[in-house]
Design a binder for this molecule. Structure first.
Ligand SMILES: [Zn+2]
Ligand SMILES: [Zn+2]
Length: 290
């Protein structure tokens, strides 16, 4: 979530039930980003859409993903769930390519290619736009009165002060500071091609289906081990790593121990976890603290 924007990334079986249980509600949940077309990432769309169409919580929904994923989703939802001459809600399937897929004045979301089984797999980068901080001390030195002039300067415009002097924004704005970056990678079979997209991310959310002792299986099914995910975080200079898609065969602490031996700042995400991401920081919000 960012301001009024909500993005659901993938929709595994039971997602609609977990959303209900979490209490976060369906309101404005009108944008779903799909990493790839495997069933464990899309099957939940059926339940979610049937709920939406009955409750009229949302009248328009956009599902974004690669062609392969959208082909399967089209069959799943239009062939069964919304079948009929007049679907109760409009669903738009938007085929994406690498690049910016959503943008407003303060954030952008970009898709990038991920190697996994099957074509058109994507990861997503959520990025806050960089800002140049307003140097208050400098403004005092230049005797810039409070009010609209400062706002204009922050927006990057040259202003003329009441006394006739012209001030250039460069005189009162510091060097650009990058905005918060959150990267989400679904299933992935290799990490070398993810380095660039993950670079300096404040948080990287990524799968870790296997442990190193089953690295061969990981490779066979194009999944990552906890070590590979941690190594990527380290190489990319990520600040915080969150592991997901953990196999039920493993104990969470073993996954954590393997990853933390390479990248200490790692957590394993569980259902209903709530993380708040800020520049350079990722805080787990404890239930009841809001
Ligand atoms: Zn998969
Ligand atoms: Zn999967």
């Amino acid at each position: 979530m960012h301001d009024e924007h909500r993005f659901l990334i993938d929709c595994g079986e039971g997602t609609q039930r977990q959303i209900l249980k979490s209490g976060i509600g369906f309101k404005r949940l009108n944008r779903i980003l799909i990493t790839h077309g495997h069933l464990d990432h899309i099957l939940g769309l059926a339940g979610l859409l049937s709920t939406f169409s009955r409750w009229e919580a949302i009248d328009e929904l956009e599902i974004l993903g690669g062609k392969w994923a959208l082909d399967r989703i089209r069959d799943l939802i239009f062939g069964v769930v919304l079948r009929g001459p007049r679907p109760p809600m409009s669903v738009h399937l938007r085929e994406i390519e690498p690049g910016v897929i959503f943008e407003n004045e303060d954030i952008s979301v970009s898709a990038f290619s991920v190697s996994h089984r099957g074509p058109d797999c994507y990861g997503y980068l959520f990025e806050e736009k960089g800002r140049r901080p307003f140097l208050t001390d400098q403004a005092e030195v230049l005797n810039i009165p409070p009010g609209p002039w400062r706002r204009e300067l922050v927006s990057g415009n040259v202003v003329t002060l009441p006394d006739g002097r012209q001030v250039n924004p460069d005189q009162v704005l510091g060097p650009e500071r990058p905005g918060t970056r959150l990267v989400h990678v679904g299933d992935a079979g290799q990490t070398d091609n993810l380095l660039e997209s993950c670079k300096e991310a404040d948080v990287l959310v990524i799968e870790a289906t296997y442990l190193s002792n089953e690295a061969e299986l990981a490779q066979k099914f194009a999944h990552l081990t906890a070590s590979q995910a941690a190594q990527l975080a380290l190489d990319a200079g990520v600040k915080h790593l969150i592991l997901t898609h953990i196999s039920r065969r493993y104990r969470e602490r073993d996954v954590l121990a393997e990853a933390q031996s390479i990248f200490p700042n790692t957590q394993v995400a569980r259902d209903f976890d709530d993380f708040q991401v800020k520049r350079g920081a990722c805080v787990k919000v404890e239930p009841g603290s809001k």
